[in-house]
Design a protein around this ligand. Structure first.
Ligand SMILES: [Ca+2]
Length: 246
């Protein structure tokens, strides 16, 4: 059952996969006492993008590895991302389409070495933008998955770091909140309910990537938005978050 996946570094391509956390692979070897994580880039060149079963702390986890620009599956917004703490912790969704890898897995993978985050965005007119972050770390559950992120580049603008520390939309250093776990910074208020998401929230956000999926570019305050490109009222057609070693 132990996958042996080796090979040259493959390309990491852009697609419009909606919210797929295309990510990394865990490899256990005969000589390792602890799970060792490898990433999708170590899958042999020429392999197809798709779902791979990997092992994180010896637990099988299905992840989506994006290896070529061959992803043309249609995304329909069928997965609701308004889940509770436990579900965000464990992960949810259909790994072929829309899913969340799980905050525990994110923490384990991102703690294993340095990773970049790439966010791809698409609006309803066929326009695509991206935002890259050189550093992306998610703390353990003990920290409520506190976010550390830095090093923006891209053409979508920075909706994560730019909101400064005195902004209600600050994300850096924030803890994860869900509908049933209020870790935002505002007493008597649940930011995760207002954004209809699970996310790193102080009060509100400029980057509501786990918001409600509205079709056709509808105006909504709890949609999927990226404020520095489109407004915080414009619900995007597709978004994805992907990681790879930096
Ligand atoms: Ca609160």
């Amino acid at each position: 059952m132990k996958p042996t996946i080796r090979g040259k570094t493959s390309n990491f391509k852009t697609t419009s996969d909606k919210r797929s956390t295309a990510t990394t692979i865990d490899r256990t070897t005969e000589n390792e006492t602890a799970a060792m994580i490898i990433d999708c880039s170590e899958i042999p060149g020429g392999s197809l993008s798709g779902v791979y079963t990997v092992y994180i702390d010896y637990q099988p986890v299905e992840i989506y590895c994006e290896l070529r620009a061959d992803s043309d599956t249609k995304k329909t917004g069928t997965t609701d991302f308004y889940w509770n703490w436990h579900e965000y912790k464990q992960g949810f969704g259909n790994v072929n389409f829309e899913y969340w890898l799980g905050n525990d897995n994110l923490h384990k993978i991102l703690s294993s070495k340095n990773y970049k985050l790439r966010i791809d965005l698409e609006d309803w007119n066929g326009n695509a933008k991206y935002a890259d972050y050189n550093t992306f770390v998610v703390g353990s559950e003990d920290t409520n998955y506190t976010l550390t992120i830095s090093g923006y580049s891209g053409d979508a603008g920075d909706s994560i770091i730019n909101p400064p520390s005195d902004s209600m939309s600050q994300m850096y250093g924030m803890e994860f909140s869900t509908s049933d776990r209020d870790n935002d910074k505002i007493p008597f208020y649940k930011a995760a309910e207002s954004t209809r998401s699970g996310w790193w929230l102080k009060w509100s956000t400029d980057a509501n990537l786990n918001g409600v999926y509205y079709k056709g570019g509808q105006t909504a305050s709890d949609g999927i938005f990226w404020k520095s490109w489109q407004s915080s009222q414009y619900s995007l057609k597709s978004v994805s978050m992907k990681i790879k070693p930096s």
